[in-house]
Write a protein of this length. Structure first.
Ligand code: ADP
Ligand code: MG
Length: 619
C-alpha cells in the first residue's frame, strides 16, 4: 500500500518555487520589481554566467527594516497587499509575497539592506531555504540581493537551463524592457564584467531607445499619445521605414508592467496595415494606463499576461488610434546616412541630458491619479460608436492587390519548360519591348509575350551565384572601411553569437565594438553595396523568429538565402543593358523559372490568348 507523506516545508518550497523561478531572468525580474516597488531611483544589475552562478541587484530604495528581513523570506509574506480586495487596486508590481521565498529555496541568497531611518544595516544569508547568518553591518541606504548558484539543490531543474550565453540574453532582453518601462529610473546592466547599457533616469524614453537599439531606430520614431475614457496610451511609434521582420519589437506595458498581448499586437498591426508589407511588423513602445478595475494581472505568476475587460472595444480603440496617428504623419522615408564608426563614437560621448525631469514626472503622476479616479463606467458611448464600425476584423494575409494576376495565372508556366524558351539558343529571338510598372520586363518571343519579374529574376541570379561560390568555398569577403556599426539587442546578440561561425563562412567579418555595438568590417563580395547593415540585421531577425536547425550545411544555405533575399531589395532600377545582362544570366541557370522562394520569375501569354481577349478569335 502506498504511504501518504506530508511533505516538509523545504520540499514544498522547492516545488512552489518552480512557479516563480524558472531561470535567471525570472529571478532578475522579481528582484528588480521589488526594487521598483521600493521606490528606487537607481538599480544596478550584474550577472555572471548568464545569471546561473551569480546575480546581484542593488537599489537605493526604502530598504527592509531589520526586524522584517526574516519575514520577507517567508512564503506569502508581503508588505504590498493585505487582502484580496487590494488586488483590484494593485499599483505595485509584486504582490504574491512569493519571490524571495522561492528564490531562497533554490539558491544561495545574501541580502544586505538598510532603511534611511536606521544607522546600520543588516546582512542576512539563507541557502536552500535554511537561514545561515544574520548580522548587523554598515551599509548604504537601500537593498542589495545576491543570488548564487541557482538550482544548486534541484539538479533536474538546473538541467533545463540553456547555455549561459542564452540565459544571459534573456536577462538582457528583460533589462531592456524594464529600462523602457521605467524611464524615470536609472538602470545599469553588467554582464560578465561588461557594462551592456545604462540609462540616466531622466524620463526620456527616446534616449533609452537610442542607448539600447542604436541611432537608426531612435531616428525613426514619432511620439504617440492617445487619451480616451479609462485608457491613456503614450509612447513611440516607429515609422514604417524601420519595420521589423518579427514581433519582438512590439513592446507593450500596462500600468508599468511589461506584457505580451496578442490582442494589442493585432490591434497595432491593423493600425499599421496600410503602411507595412506582408510579414513585416512595426517597432513601437507603448505604455497603456488602464483603470485597474478593467484589467486582471493575476492570470499567471510570471505576470506577463493580462486580461483586459471588453476586449473587442479595446481592440478597436487601439487600432483606430494608431491608424489615425500614422495617417496624420508624412511618411516619405528620409534618407538617413549609415552611421559609421566615427560618428557613432561621437554620439556616444554626447553629454548626458539633465539628470532629473521633475516637472514631467509630477505631471504624469497627476494624470495617473486623475485616470484611476475616472468614473467606473468605461466610456460606454465611445465604445458603442466604435463597435458600430462592425465586428472585430480577423487579421488576414496581406496579399498585394494585383489585377493582372487572374489573367496571367492562366498563362501556363509549364509551357515554358516544354518549349525551353528560357534557354540560351532561344535567347537570340528575344526582343525586349520595355519595362512596365518599374518591375516587369516585357519580352516578345515568337508568338508569345513573356513577362519577366525583374525582382524575382534578380533574386534568383544573385542567389545561385552566391551559392555556387559558397559551395566552392570561394566566398570572397569585401572589406568595409570604415566599419559599419550595428547595435544589437539582447536577442539579436544571442542569435549572432550562435551563428557567428556561419556568418564568417559567408564572408562576414564582425567584431565586438563595446557595449551592444558590433563592427561589420567585411561583407560577402556579392552582397557588397546592397545595404549590408540592413540585411545583417534582417537575417538576425529572421533567425531569432524562426530558429534554423539541421546540418551546418542546411543552416548556412538558409542564411545565404536570407542574405540574398535581403540584398536584392531596393536596388532595382535597371537600365536596358542591365536587364539584358540579367536575362542572359537567368537563362544559364538550371531552374530559371522560380525565384528561391518559389515564386515564378517569368510568365507568358500567347498571341492566341490575346486575340481571344480582343474577340478576334471566337471559340
Ligand atoms: P512581494 O514583492 O510579492 O511582496 P517578495 O517575496 O518579492 O514579495 O518580497 C517580500 C517583501 O520583502 C516585500 O513585500 C517587501 O516588503 C520586501 N522587499 C523585497 N525586496 C525589497 C527591496 N529591494 N527593497 C525593499 N523591500 C523589499
Ligand atoms: Mg516581489
Amino acid at each position: 500500500m502506498a504511504i501518504i507523506h506530508i511533505l516538509d516545508h523545504q520540499t514544498i518550497d522547492k516545488i512552489a518555487a518552480g512557479e516563480v523561478v524558472e531561470r535567471p531572468s525570472s529571478v532578475v525580474k522579481e528582484l528588480v520589481e521589488n526594487a521598483i516597488d521600493a521606490g528606487a531611483g537607481a538599480v544596478t544589475v550584474e550577472i555572471k554566467d548568464g545569471g546561473i552562478s551569480f546575480i546581484r541587484v542593488t537599489d537605493n530604495g526604502n530598504g527592509i527594516e531589520r526586524g522584517q528581513v526574516r519575514n520577507a523570506f517567508l512564503r506569502h509574506a508581503t508588505s504590498k497587499i493585505s487582502s484580496a480586495e487590494d488586488l483590484t487596486e494593485l499599483v505595485s508590481l509584486g504582490f504574491r509575497g512569493e519571490a524571495l521565498a522561492s528564490i531562497a529555496a533554490v539558491s544561495m541568497v545574501e541580502l544586505i539592506s538598510k532603511t534611511r531611518e536606521d544607522l546600520t544595516g543588516i546582512r542576512y544569508v539563507i541557502e536552500g531555504g535554511d537561514e545561515k547568518e544574520q548580522e548587523e553591518i554598515g551599509a548604504p541606504d537601500g537593498t542589495t540581493v545576491l543570488v548564487r548558484n541557482l538550482f544548486y539543490n534541484t539538479p533536474p531543474r538546473k538541467k533545463f537551463l540553456k547555455q549561459p550565453q542564452t540565459e544571459g540574453s534573456y536577462v538582457a532582453d528583460l533589462m531592456e524592457h524594464l529600462a523602457m518601462s521605467n524611464p524615470q529610473i536609472s538602470f545599469k546592466f553588467v554582464s560578465g564584467g561588461q557594462t551592456k547599457f545604462y540609462t540616466t533616469g531622466d524620463g526620456d524614453l527616446a534616449q533609452i531607445i537610442y542607448r539600447i537599439y542604436g541611432r537608426e531606430i531612435a531616428n525613426g520614431l514619432m511620439p504617440f499619445h492617445h487619451q480616451a475614457e479609462g485608457v491613456a496610451i503614450d509612447g513611440l511609434l516607429g515609422r514604417p521605414v524601420i519595420n521589423r521582420a518579427n514581433r519582438n519589437y512590439e513592446i507593450f506595458y500596462i500600468n508599468g508592467r511589461y506584457v505580451k498581448s496578442s490582442l494589442i499586437s493585432r490591434a497595432v498591426e491593423e493600425g499599421y496595415r496600410e503602411y507595412l508589407m506582408q510579414h513585416k511588423f512595426p517597432f513601437c513602445v507603448l505604455h497603456f494606463r488602464i483603470n485597474t478595475d478593467r484589467i486582471d494581472v493575476n492570470v499567471h505568476p510570471a505576470k506577463m499576461e493580462v486580461r483586459i475587460a471588453d476586449g473587442p472595444a479595446f481592440y478597436e480603440l487601439v487600432k483606430a488610434a494608431i491608424h489615425d496617428a500614422l495617417h496624420g504623419t508624412e511618411m516619405i522615408p528620409e534618407v538617413v546616412l549609415t552611421p559609421r564608426a566615427a560618428d557613432s563614437a561621437a554620439l556616444r560621448s554626447m553629454p548626458a541630458p539633465e539628470p532629473f525631469e521633475s516637472r514631467r514626472i509630477a505631471k504624469e503622476a497627476a494624470e495617473r491619479t486623475v485616470l484611476s479616479a475616472a468614473s467606473d463606467t468605461p466610456g460606454q458611448e465611445d465604445y458603442a460608436s466604435l463597435l458600430e464600425a462592425g465586428p472585430t476584423e480577423q487579421r488576414t494575409a496581406r496579399e498585394p492587390v494585383s489585377y493582372g494576376r487572374p489573367l496571367l495565372a492562366k498563362a501556363a508556366q509549364t509551357e515554358l519548360f516544354a518549349d525551353k524558351i528560357l534557354s540560351p539558343p532561344a535567347r537570340a529571338k528575344f526582343e525586349i519591348i520595355g519595362q512596365l510598372f518599374d518591375t516587369y520586363w516585357l519580352v516578345s518571343y515568337e508568338e508569345k509575350l513573356l513577362i519577366i519579374d525583374q525582382h524575382a529574376a534578380h533574386e534568383k541570379v544573385q542567389y545561385e551565384r552566391f551559392l555556387k561560390r559558397f559551395h566552392a568555398h570561394a566566398v570572397v569577403s569585401q572589406a568595409v572601411n570604415p566599419p559599419l556599426i550595428v547595435t544589437l539587442s539582447g536577442r539579436e546578440r544571442e542569435c549572432y553569437l550562435t551563428h557567428a561561425a556561419d556568418f564568417e563562412a559567408l564572408g562576414f567579418v564582425v567584431e565586438e565594438f563595446g557595449g551592444n555595438d558590433y563592427a561589420i568590417r567585411g561583407v560577402p563580395l556579392d552582397l557588397y553595396g546592397y545595404g549590408e547593415q540592413e540585411f545583417f540585421r534582417e537575417i538576425l531577425e529572421e533567425l531569432s523568429e524562426n530558429a534554423v536547425t539541421g546540418t551546418p550545411e542546411t543552416v548556412r544555405t538558409r542564411i545565404a538565402a536570407m542574405a540574398c533575399k535581403a540584398a536584392v531589395k531596393g536596388n532595382m532600377r535597371l537600365s536596358l543593358p542591365e536587364a539584358e545582362r540579367l536575362i542572359d544570366e537567368l537563362l544559364t541557370l538550371d531552374n530559371p523559372y522560380n525565384c528561391p522562394h518559389g515564386r515564378p520569375t517569368i510568365v507568358s501569354m500567347t498571341k492566341y490568348e490575346l486575340e481571344k481577349k480582343f474577340k478576334r478569335i471566337v471559340t
